[in-house]
Design a protein. Structure first.
Length: 403
């Protein structure tokens, strides 16, 4: 197993390596796009005079696009082919950021944020599926992929800070233009792929939704649902929470966002290094409990040092949850082409609901109340992880009985 984890990349041919490298680069850009929204949101809200409820709707519109993509990205390749589909869907992020730059109309902004989510989700679906296939469901490969997403997320706040230093009034628009440029490069890279389309009617691939009856799939979907609840709300509202609470300056809040993603990056590299050396159930238990504990610590104090420690612990705990959860259903994803899209789509519903709840509670009762609601998502995620662990023990006993 160890040799397999270390050599999956070297076993690929030249065309497969190009596809994998392309997925890695584009996922870094995807990280920049996704995480820039949280950094840009306070600046967009100030320039266009948006309240917390509208700001929350914008974040959720991004997640609605992410949700829609879970269905479209699963079906469209069966008709247009994989490459044409991902190029088409990737173009929506260019339109989305262009809308943000050109207008402050709330309806059009909602459409722009929805477009960015549509592209983000499609890229996530495509990259996770392709890397899962090329690496034979390797936890190492998937954690490397999501580590590279963390690199993009880490760069994102610095990109916004640099742009606002260039122009305090229009800096966020400069950042948006740079993101559009990177997305165009991504589209060009995707166009150079030589990739096979999903095949219908084979003995090993099933175009059906039978996997929805699988309890293991549903439990893993629950883990992803509540994780994305927390992730979307934290990433979307954390910077605004720090600024509105008057704990720190805007620059320090942006730096903390980068720090969290730096730690997430390190955590994902560690998860990739550990690979299959640690049981998935052990990893999910430790990371889910850690996420809840450090998030509670974050909300319980105004001390900058403790907040910084909590941010680091939170990022480290969150690091491996997404990729590890996807890997728990790797075999199902390979057997059912629709499974990845449905997994991300159902999980994405949580990412839609939570920012709206956070925004509404923040508008009505204050930002702390809104952020406090995320604790419930963390607790429910832990419950799903415990269910997964229980199922793993049942499977283990069944295997022993068969032997």
């Amino acid at each position: 197993m160890k040799s397999k984890n270390q050599s999956f990349y070297t076993q690929l041919n030249k065309e497969q390596r190009y596809i994998l490298n392309c997925c890695f680069f584009v996922f870094a850009v995807n990280g920049i796009c996704a995480m820039s929204l949280g950094s840009l949101l306070p600046l967009i809200s100030v320039e266009y005079g948006l309240n917390d409820t509208v700001s929350g709707v914008l974040i959720s519109a991004h997640q609605v696009g992410n949700l829609i993509s879970g269905f479209i990205a699963g079906v469209l390749p069966l008709y247009l082919g994989r490459k044409k589909s991902i190029i088409f869907l990737c173009s929506f992020v260019v339109m989305g950021f262009s809308i943000m730059i050109l207008t402050g109309n709330p309806v059009l902004l909602i459409l722009g944020f929805l477009f960015t989510g549509l592209s983000r989700g499609s890229i996530s679906n495509f990259n996770n599926t392709v890397v899962n296939e090329l690496s034979n469901s390797s936890t190492v490969a998937l954690n490397i992929l999501h580590s590279i997403f963390a690199v993009g997320a880490l760069i994102s706040p610095f990109l916004v800070i640099l742009s606002t230093n260039i122009s305090s009034e229009h800096g966020w628009k400069i950042a948006a233009v740079l993101i559009v440029f990177l997305c165009i490069i991504s589209i060009l890279l995707f166009s150079g792929m030589k990739i096979e389309n999903a095949k219908k009617g084979t003995k090993t691939v099933k175009i059906s939704y039978e996997f929805l009856k699988n309890k293991d799939f549903l439990i893993s979907t629950g883990i992803l649902f509540f994780y994305l609840c927390a992730e979307a709300a934290i990433n979307g509202w954390m910077v605004k929470y720090f600024i509105d609470s008057n704990f720190m300056t805007i620059q320090y809040a942006q730096m903390l966002a980068s720090l969290m993603w730096l730690v997430i990056f390190v955590g994902r590299l560690i998860c990739a290094f550990l690979g299959d050396r640690i049981l998935k159930k052990t990893l999910l238990l430790s990371t889910s409990f850690g996420t809840a504990a450090f998030y509670l610590l974050l909300l319980s104090t105004n001390n900058l040092k403790i907040i910084t420690i909590a941010i680091m612990g939170l990022g480290f705990s969150m690091a491996g949850i997404y990729a590890t959860t996807v890997s728990t259903v790797g075999n199902i994803i390979k057997l059912y082409p629709m499974a990845m899209g449905v997994l991300l789509m159902l999980g994405g519903i949580g990412a839609i609901i939570m920012p709206i709840i956070t925004g509404a509670l923040s508008e009505a009762y204050g930002i702390l109340a809104g952020m406090g609601s995320i604790v419930i998502a963390n607790v429910l995620m832990i419950i799903c992880v415990i269910l997964y662990v229980s199922r793993s023990k049942v499977h283990a006993r069944s295997s022993e009985n068969l032997c």
